[in-house]
Each structure stands twice: as structure tokens, then as C-alpha cells.
Design a protein around this ligand. Structure first.
Ligand code: GLU
Length: 304
């Protein structure tokens, strides 16, 4: 498969001006991003890196970090994890409070904000230096030390993250948060502020395309079963309230973030990351979805 040629053809045929969307501005610091940034990076398990545009420029990965947090917490708690968070799509916006009240503080899945806050709570309970240990975990997955939090973004979200504080408080009232709410949301805001490029994200996601085995060291980060489950959660819950449409159009498990990034995997073949900051109403990158749909359509390769 000549992925570079396919990416070039997709890129040439893309009339970017035709696509709408808006940069996220509810976290003020994210509103400063150039809306026309555009990068793609695809990494094959059998070696081979293919890219377009701003693929080496770092951006705010936001909710894509929820996948890393889940990957870190899952082996620590094993199946007990699912007592505290479910595995069903929410059918609600990512920061919704409504369902939590009805469902006694157990979030629908680990990739919506409430579920990720529970995962953050677990990591805080388990780790000695949560922020540092988490960052080192991501660096280890990426095989790259040059990955950092963006303090400005974390601060900006801390100053505007009322809904996340409300979610954590509501879950605390149901006994599903062990630590102080302020510590949980602080960790969460830092986690979301991690910056990575498409190249770094694609390389990091290779572990999920590779049944949980690290792409360089071969170390098993997740068991086969854990890797299957994590991918299943990405497929069913990774794209806000648009996971059905994403799967319908693209057919790959993945996760998006409000920074405009999307990372996806074609198990046993490749991982791919795209960055284009203009989002649709659901919070997914408009061009990111379009490019991935064209990629799986042109290559005739998806999980289905
Ligand atoms: N930090 C963002 C928030 O909690 C993450 C949102 C996202 O990327 O889905 O609102």
C-alpha cells in the first residue's frame, strides 16, 4: 500500500475552504490557535512513516490524553476498574452532568470528562508523583522525552473549568471520587494540556495498534484482552456524541480532542494522527474526520 501517495492525493483533492467549523474557545488559551493548521502523520507497524503539512508541530492533545490515562490505570486496577466507570457510549455531550445524577455518580465510560476524572482519581491514589509519573508514562509510550504539559493551557482551563469541577463534586457526593476534588481536577487539567505533534501521537498510538506491545521495546503495556477492550471503548466512545457517525464513515477506533487532534488505529497495520483545529458541533475536527474517511475509503481498509 502506498500510503504517501494516498495522503498526497487526499491532500490535493481537499478543498479546505469548503469545510466549516470553529476553533474551541471555551478554554480561552485554545482560541489563540491558527485555525488553518493542518497535519497528518501515519506510522506503519512494519516500519514506514508518511506525512503531510504541520505533522511535526505540537498542539494541545486535550481529550486524546484520556486514552493514555486509561491505558495507565487499567493494568493497575484490572477488572475492578469497571465498578467505577462503565463502557457504554453516553449519547450526551462530553461534559454533560445530567446522566451522572440519574446513574448515581458512575460515568458511562472513561473517555467522557466524568469518566476521565474517575481515572484521574485512581491515578492520584496509585501514583507517588501523579503529574510527573503520568508524563513519564506518556514519554515512555511515545519513546520520546520531549513531551510536556502546557502550563498556560492548564491554567486557562483551571480558570474556566466550572463544569469539570461540578462533575467531580457530583461524583464525590456519590462516593466515586476518593481524593480532594481540587487535586483531581488539577491533575485532569494538566493531563489535557499535554502537547504533542501528529508524528508523536501516531507513534504513541502504535502500541494500541500492536495489541498492547510497545512499538520499540516490544514490552507488553496492555494484555491482549486489555488492548481489545481499550480499542472497543475508543470505537464506541472516542468521538463524543458522534462515535456512531465516525465509525460509520471511517471505521477505525480512535479518540479526538477539542484541540483539533484525532488519533486512530488500524489494528495490526498502522496508527494515524491528524490535526486541524476547526471543530464541528460535536467537538470533532471537521477536516480530521473528512481526511480519515477518505483514507479508509481510498485504501479500502478499515476494521470492517
Ligand atoms: N480539557 C477539555 C475539557 O475538559 C477536554 C475536552 C476534550 O478534548 O474533549 O473540557
Amino acid at each position: 500500500m502506498n500510503y504517501q501517495q494516498t495522503l498526497n492525493e487526499i491532500n490535493t483533492g481537499l478543498d479546505c475552504a469548503k469545510f466549516g467549523g470553529k476553533v474551541a474557545n471555551y478554554i480561552p488559551e485554545l482560541a489563540n490557535i491558527d485555525p488553518n493548521k493542518f497535519g497528518i502523520h501515519l506510522c506503519c507497524i512494519q516500519k514506514g512513516n508518511y506525512s503531510i503539512g504541520d505533522n511535526e508541530e505540537k498542539f494541545s492533545i486535550q481529550s486524546i490524553s484520556k486514552v493514555f490515562a486509561l491505558a495507565m490505570a487499567y493494568p493497575m486496577l484490572g477488572e475492578k476498574l469497571w465498578k467505577r466507570v462503565g463502557v457504554e457510549p453516553s449519547g450526551n455531550p462530553f461534559n454533560s452532568l445530567v446522566q451522572l445524577e440519574y446513574e448515581s455518580g458512575i460515568p458511562r465510560n472513561p473517555l467522557i470528562n466524568a469518566g476521565a476524572l474517575v481515572i484521574c482519581d485512581i491515578l492520584i491514589s496509585k501514583l507517588k508523583s501523579p503529574k510527573e509519573d503520568f508524563l513519564n508514562y506518556v514519554r515512555g509510550l511515545a519513546g520520546n522525552e520531549d513531551i510536556y504539559f502546557n502550563e498556560k493551557v492548564a491554567e486557562s482551563e483551571k480558570n474556566s473549568g466550572y463544569r469539570n469541577v461540578a462533575l467531580a463534586n457530583l461524583m464525590k457526593s456519590f462516593g466515586n471520587i476518593e481524593n480532594l476534588v481540587e487535586d483531581v481536577v488539577d491533575f485532569y487539567f494538566y493531563m489535557c494540556s499535554i502537547e504533542m505533534s501528529c508524528k508523536e501521537l501516531a507513534q504513541t498510538f502504535l502500541v494500541f495498534a500492536n495489541h498492547g506491545a510497545h512499538f520499540v521495546t516490544g514490552e507488553k503495556i496492555l494484555s491482549e484482552s486489555q488492548s481489545k477492550r481499550l480499542s472497543a471503548i475508543m470505537l464506541t466512545c472516542g468521538f463524543y456524541d458522534q462515535a456512531g457517525e465516525f465509525t460509520f464513515k471511517v471505521g477505525l477506533p480512535g479518540k479526538s480532542g477539542v484541540g483539533g487532534g484525532i488519533a486512530a488505529i488500524f489494528p495490526e497495520h498502522y496508527s494515524v494522527a491528524i490535526w486541524s483545529p476547526k471543530l464541528n458541533k460535536a467537538g470533532n475536527s471537521v477536516l480530521g474526520m473528512e481526511v480519515l474517511e477518505r483514507l479508509t475509503t481510498e485504501t479500502k481498509l478499515s476494521i470492517f
